[in-house]
Design a protein around this ligand. Sequence first.
Ligand SMILES: Cc1ncc(COP(=O)(O)O)c(C=O)c1O
Length: 490
Amino acid sequence: MDLHLDPSSGLPAYRQLAAALAGEIRAGRLAVGARLPSERDMAESLKLSRTTVTAAFRELESQGLVRGHVGRGTVVLAQDLAASPDGLPWRQRASRLATPPDTRGPRPAEGADLIAFADGWLHPELHPRAQIAEALAAAQQDMSGLLAPAPILGLPILREGLARMLGARGVEVRPDEILVTGGAQQGLNVVARALISPGDAVLVESPTWHGAIRAFRAAGAEAAGVPMDREGVDPDALEDALIRLRPKLVYLIPSFHCPTGRVMGLERRRQVLALCAKFRTPVLESDVYGDIAIDGPRPPSLKSLDTAGLVIHQGSASKTVGSSLRIGWLAAPPGAMELLAAAKANLDLSSPTLPQAVLAEFLQAGALSGHLARFTAALRRRRDAMAQALARDCPALTFQAPEGGLYIWARLPPQASAADLQARAAALGLSIRAGDVFFPEGGQDRHIRLCFAAPHADRIAEGVARLGRALDEAMGAGGPAASGAGYAAV
Ligand SMILES: Cc1ncc(COP(=O)(O)O)c(C=O)c1O
């Protein structure tokens, strides 16, 4: 925070401080839910009397922007009450568990010239459009089926197709051990509602998919990060956290992890399963990227190695067939399935039948394997184009090109901040994702995540050139960022 008070301004210091803090809040640099430094720390760091800081906090409180809580300090309540067009100060009424509004920094304006590296969408050219159209035509043949009451677990023909698909991947489950969800994101919320009570701990890799952190927090859980190495979650740190925190769940993305792209090795998978079995802790395995094996065979899922009945397996059509279908699934042991089905019914009764029928027809027509072959070949070209452009135009970044998945996770040099780079890139018409959101412990990070599936293939080089310009700016005026190329060849 940049809080400069001007002794010559004639305004009392507490008023100036309150105005400066209100400015930070309105600009979003102090987000709703953020805690202000303690009065004592602020008085010390600004060389002001404690009374001045107390008066400034009171002033902000009287404006409704912050509230002091005994034991929790002073928390930002609302961004700008005066400017609220909604009548009520809604943010003050937010549930304690509500997901905070998006504070991920400036986003480039949507437009023809925007190049999107930030999010994990598939560019339209990557969708199996012709086969989806055929599946849609086939699904329409059975209008009575589409309009019949939808079972909570999902359409039987889809669950049969998914059970066959999972079986071919070494995951032996019956159709009634599969629950269809509204994308994998709803699956996370279903599991959270079914297994987590407020105050429980959930272990997650650090970093991890930020949507999972949000889903667990919305259920009142503490999402505790466990560090990773090149092979995934660190087993010693995992064991330590299992002992200390007695978590209700361990959430892992072992194959082509988001955001890092890493793959957990086979031995590590066995070790992690053995640890979770020892502490009788369920594992939610996200395998949403497992089919996107660009360079080699698909890694075996944890579920296929699970002999203790610990693993709830999660998949999604979003990252391979199309995210607008909003179809994901959970495969779970029968005892867990009862709880998951009840939580799903509570959320939305059941998923819409039309997208389910389309995916079922797509699977039944045998369209998936041909699509995956073409899809991963196209992703290989995109990944290589991005990696080569990064080595050329952003030599200050360090990264390992991933063997699968949709993202390159790149580390910035020490003098650059990811949030600042994201803002500078946005100003140049490029969206990137600063790494901060993926860390459950919060704070600033020096990574960025770049999706090579979302932009038009022909725009990847131009996007990286923009990133290079933003990076040069972020590292100080003039001159390209120095230091050796960080591109580790695949
Ligand atoms: C690990 C992980 N899980 C879930 C999701 C959300 O998937 P869906 O579109 O199926 O809800 C994402 C999206 O990026 C993800 O990375």
